[in-house]
Each structure stands twice: as C-alpha cells, then as structure tokens.
Design a protein around this ligand. Sequence first.
Ligand SMILES: Cc1ncc(C[n+]2csc(CCOP(=O)(O)OP(=O)(O)O)c2C)c(N)n1
Length: 680
Amino acid sequence: MQKLSEIEVGKIDTGYRPTGMISSFGEGNAPIYIMLSRLIWPVTKGEGNMDLTAIKNPAFLKEMSNEELKDLAASIRKFLIEKLSTTGGHLGANLGVVELTLALHKAYNSPQDKFIWDVGHQAYIHKILTGRTADFDTLRQYKGMCGFPKRIESEHDVWETGHSSTSLSAAMGMAVARDMMNEKYDVVPVIGDGALTGGMALEALNNIGDEKKNITVILNDNEMSIANNVGALHHVLGRMRSAGKYNRAKDEMEALLKRIPAVGGKLATAAERMKDSMKYFMVPGMFFEELGFTYFGPVDGHDLRDLEETINYAKKTNGPKIIHVVTQKGKGYQPAELDKTDNWHGVGPYKIESGEKITSGGAAPAWSKIISDAVLEKARTDKRIAVITPAMILGSKLDNFKREIPDRLFDVGIAEQHATTMAAGMATQGVKPFLAIYSTFLQRAYDQLLHDIARQNLNVFVGIDRAGFVGADGETHQGVFDISFLRAMPNFTIMMPKDENEAQHMVHTALSYEDGPIALRYPRGNGLGVKMDEETHNLPIGSWEVLQEGTDAVILTFGTTIPLAQEARASLAEDNISVRVVNARFIKPMDEAMLHEIFASGLPVLTIEEAVLKGGFGSGVMEFAEENGYNAASVRRMGVPDYFVEHGSVPEQMAEIGLTKEGVSDKVRQMIRFNEQQRA
Ligand SMILES: Cc1ncc(C[n+]2csc(CCOP(=O)(O)OP(=O)(O)O)c2C)c(N)n1
C-alpha cells in the first residue's frame, strides 16, 4: 500500500484540477501545493501523523486541545484514505463525520452514553476511537471487522445497523428503558438527512416529540443520500441550512415578538398571525420545534469549536433536542468531494492520487444494468411502464432511464414501504410499475407486498436486486430471505434467470403478464456475457428447462447456482454418475408436470438455492412431494442454514454453507447411496 507520507505533494497529480482555483494561484508547483494541502490532507510537518493504533478508548479526547483535535482529525482522514484504498469500504460518509465523531466522543462518555449510528456505514471513526484501528486491515473481510457497528466487537457498539432509519426508534427504546430503570445517561442517535426520509425515522420523531423523552438527535446533513438526496424534507433542511445559525436566540426572539404591542379585535388576530409567520421565517428549525424538539444549528460539522460549543449547550437542555450538523460527504479527499454521484459512497480499491478505481469486475454489464436496460427498452414503446426506486437510482442502474424518461422515474427516498404501496396504487389505474428494490430492503415492505399488492392481485413487476449473497456488506444486507417470504404470498409469481439472455425474456414476460404480481430476482455483480437474442418473447409461466439429462440423480436449481450444479455434474461424470440438471427458473409456480415426471422416476432429487432453506424453493419441492403422495425423503436441500451469514467474499460465504463443487458432488453421492439402501 502506498503511504501518503511517501508522496511528494508538490508532484501529486490528482487528476482533478478545478481550473478556477489553479488560475487564481498562478503557475508553478508551490501554489498547487497549497491547494492540494488544503483540499486533500494536511501535509504541514507534524500534522496528520498521529499513531491511531495507540488509541484504546475515547477517554483521552477530554484532555485534547482544539489544535490537537485538528491534528487527530487529519490523521484519521489520512488513515482512512490510505486504508480504504486497499480494503474498500464506505469512504465518503466517514470522511464527512470525522470532526463530528471526535466532538461527540469528547462531549459524551461512551459506552455509558449511547451512540446509535443510523445505517452504521459512517461508524469507522467511532471504531478507531474505541480501539479498533488495527482491525481495519480486515475491514469487511471474512472473519474480519464488520463494516457496520457490531455488538460483539465492542461495548461501544450498543446498536447494530445496516438498514437505514432505525436509530430514532432504537433511541426511544433505550430512553424509555433508562427512565424505567432510573438510570442516568444520554442517548445520542446520529442520523443522516437521507436516513431521515425513511418512514421509521418519521414515526419515531412523531413519538419522541410527544413523549418528551430526553434524547439528543444528531442530524448529519450532507445533502446526500447515496447520491443527491430527494424529497420535500430535503428542501425543508435546505431552508434551515440557508437560514444561518440559530441556537439560543429562540427565547430572545419570542421575547421580542411578545413585545409587539397588543391591539384589539381582528387586528390582534392579524398581529398574532404575523408574529407566527415572523417566527417561522426567522427560526430555522421550526419544523422540528413544532414536533416537540429543541433545535440547535445549523452547525458547521467541520468546525470542532462550533461543534463542541453547540453540543455542550444542548446538553444543558432537557427533553428531545436535535442538533443540525452540516457536513460534506468525502471531506478532505478531493476526488470524493467533487463527485456528487454514488462513486465514493461505497468503494472498492482505488489509486489514492487520482481516485481511479482499481476494478476487478467482469467485462459483462452488471445485473442491475441488464435488467434496467431491458425495462427501458420496453418503456420506449409502452407508455404505461413507470419505474419506482427507493433512493437507489444509481445502485439499481436506473440513471439511463432517468435521463431518457425522467417523468416516468420516481425516486421516493429511503421509503420502501411507500414505494411498494405506491406501485400498487399505480397498478390499480393501469400503469405498469417496475418496482426496483434490493432483496434485503424489500424486507421492509413485507406487509405492503402482501396486503396491498398480492391480496389485490395487482400487476406490479417487482425487480429484486442483489438477490443472494452480497459479500462484504454482510449479514444485514444478504438477499436470502425474499423467496421464503414471497413464496408464502398467494398470487405472486417468482422467477430468476440463468443468464442475461433469459433475463431479458423474463422482463418481457413480466411486463406483458396481466394476471397479478410478478417478481424477478437478480444477483449482485456482473452477468455472464452470453449472446443476447434480438427479439424478446414470453416464457410460459411456471416452465422449467432441462439443461442436461441424467439417469442417476436430479438437481433442481436456478440463477447463480446453476453453474455450480453443472460443475458438480461434470466432476460426478468422471465417476460415471449421471446427473440431470434442471433450470428451475420459476420458483413459483413450479413446473408441476416436470416434477410429476421426476418423482415418478424415483430418482433422488437435490435442490440448491442461494437463499434460506426454511420456507425456500427446496421446501416447495418437498411440499409438492408430500401433497402428491411421493416420497419426500428422496429430496435433499442445499441452501442457507438457519443462521445469519456474516461478511466476506461471496465464494467464502458459499463455501461456509457447503455450496461448492465438492459439497454438491458429495451430497449427490450420499443421496444415491441412501436411495439404493432404501430400495434394497
Ligand atoms: C432500508 C434501507 N434502504 C436503503 C439503504 C441503502 N442506503 C445505505 S446508505 C444510504 C444513504 C443514507 O444517506 P444518509 O443517511 O444521508 O447518510 P450519508 O451516507 O449521506 O452519510 C442508503 C439509501 C439502506 N441502508 N437501508
């Protein structure tokens, strides 16, 4: 790994030169030196070189001067930029909260006081300050440090996250528990402006403000969700930001307004109204004030002194309060500061000097792009097609759609429940919604899928992105539950393609299907690079495809695990074991004609799925056997057992649960032996 200290700053070519600034500095190396040192990282001798591995807990912060804290902030930025350039991780959000995290840990006493990091992707500095610097070598790697807060990692991680907008509800729960048990500590949720758009956060604000619980909400407003934030609330925050700082002046303001002389009758009412509107105009946080919170801010989230002063002032106020902190995502690393897309939200390895990504991805397009392009292609001619995304335009590769047909693309913010019911509403009026949601976030919308879409049997096309293992994001993000929860819902059709060509036919099928909801699962990562048919067509609903014939056993599988089954088949063939491999592309409904034929043959049946076994596809096959009087004991299932699989690479996660060529081959051998014993 290249060390920042080894780089001669005067010679750095960042590849990013804001021309306006350079010209204002004139020519030569020295001016560029100044610009880089200010924008990228402090390079002045003695700055940014603290040994972070020496930190065991945050107590030392109490004694630090402002200058020392600045040096520490610089050291942390330098460390993160260096370290993440090899491990990858959530760079942008963390660079934005360096000073904020220092100020919080200085002002409060963790773990007695409880920090709750919403989403949790921005907790790296918290991890450094709580003694985990050395573990960054294994960040998000198999058996290494988790990329999110993790209770078993540290007593300072009091709440685990990954999904957004849970922090305020958790804070309310802790505050209630604290008060019930007559304990004294502060509860401090840190929530981003993106996460604040999530329904849960708004439900919690509503409740906390009413219950008047002593909770200090830190609103980390960087104007970005993964990319630019959206929504009316975003505009409300924008007005607060531009209104200027407002801390303790509110009481003075009210006193001032009260001094406006009283007048009688209608004039008095008009004067009252005027006072109110003046108050709204002059008090930036009135939105939160009206909800029962005391508002502080907006505070410059990179000004340690301002942060410290405001937090200490807020600590003196009882009841619910909100400190509005304005930060910059990617602060201190110019490529990240300048890029307003999702590029620096979650990163893989990159070159520090240029910000250029070191990609290892395949040449084929990403699955999300394959699907969104296929939907766009259909939407060009079918004006009834519209797309809904809960804050994932870039992740779901819907940017092309947005560019080409912006009036039929709806980004609703981090609001999966709303997105799902909105799709249902559109479908009632003849629109064909494509609802693109990551499998893991679709969990949020269980009831909306069931109550609003499935029950009303509405023609909604659900694109289930990141289906299967997701790798480094780990257990909070695995897309392994959707089959089990969707399969239980009447009316739902569920499909998963074996390759991108089949995927485009599935998109065609879904958008021409008019018999109820239909879901298409597709994994994280890239397609296989197969040849695409010129024309797309309907696939018969519930039809499977025999990929390879065999006479000793049958493997039923779909999507990502088809190549695995085929590899196992090839290795078994070396021992003269002949296996039939079936592409069970419709998970629901299943190909019943083929299942009758398979069970009637008496061959052992192995199901493989990159999804939980409980209630999964294999369970469906066993249910079929049981319901039709076949021997369910001839079925064996491979998939995700009954525990949460942690972070690592996808191959490591697959290996952990036995989904390897050897694992599958062994299972088939065992099954054949068992079947022969049964017959004997
Ligand atoms: C329920 C849910 N939906 C979507 C996501 C994906 N996601 C992760 S971070 C993020 C943006 C969060 O924005 P914000 O809270 O402002 O934090 P920032 O990254 O800007 O610091 C989103 C949409 C998620 N984690 N959880």
